[in-house]
Design a protein around this ligand. Sequence first.
Ligand SMILES: [Zn+2]
Ligand SMILES: [Zn+2]
Length: 371
Amino acid sequence: MSKDYYAILGVSKNATEIEIKKAYRKLALQYHPDRNPDNKEAEEKFREVNEAYQVLSDPQKRAQFDQFGRVFDENGSSGFSGQDFGSTIFEEFFGDVFGDFFGGARGARQRKRPRKGSNIEVNVEIEFLEACFGISKKVKVPKTANCKRCDGTGAEPGGVTTCNTCHGTGQITQRQGFFTLSTTCPQCGGTGEFIKDRCKECKGEGSVREYKTLEVKIPAGIENNMTLRISGGGNDGIYGGPAGDLFVHVKVKEHEYFRREGRNIILDVPISFVDASLGTSLNIPTIDGSETIKIKPGTQPDEKIVLKGKGVPDVQGYGIGNMIINLKVVIPTKLSKKQKELLETFKKESNEDTYSSEKSLWEKMKSFFNS
Ligand SMILES: [Zn+2]
Ligand SMILES: [Zn+2]
């Protein structure tokens, strides 16, 4: 069973945006609960009118309604499951002017509505290996907290009186023809209160600055320049609102040997051209100890050895990286007489087969120079 939103607003199917807006404004004012206290029928009408406007004022929803006779929500089911969107859309539409229309109470209340505290940002520097395994760090955070003596009001106990400019409403109301216009009371800034004795502790600020030491859990696998967000770790909320968030910018120091590429640990390992030629086994450091690796005979410069699962865990928990060993073949720069002789002998003993992996390259070069 679906409703005819056009009929509810009393407009035709071809109604323009402006006609819909006009019809909505008229009906919403007529059925508003503030004007119809304890009138169930009006309440239901008001809800219907809001629902109709919500659909017809949104081109996408209106098109859906025109085509299917109903509107689908994100889950694919149809219609509105009794959610109360009436008052929010109403406030969006009419804003503060309408609040004032029914007297200043609504406006004054809004000015004291709870607000989220501000966020705090801190920088933390950790060691390379701490980033690999995760660590708990104590972080000193400058925080604005509500003053305990005055409970954030900024007044000494008993030091608050009702503002006598606005008589506690927080607003100054002026009549202008049909409408009454309200502005925030300049004396009390809209709180409706006047502080005659300022709090001795916070000097009337309502808040105090203090350093708090927080324990921040830095997850394994965090990378340089990542930021952690700790919900509720920021400054206290205002008028009972939730605390802000704490943002921890993490700097990871460089390591003498290891590098990171995402989840992988990179290590350059120098080996002599002799070891590369003959093969050997090496004991190399890993992030959690050491490991013996085999260098196979005939290892080429920049060949890599991959140690599976010896990297860093993904910071989001998706698996673990590898350790990648870059073999840097080192050519000697200082040779003794004896070493030179041995290499000369080695040279005489060498032919194309000695460098079989390069053979095709030799061949190409030869044909290039002989052509
Ligand atoms: Zn005032
Ligand atoms: Zn205080």
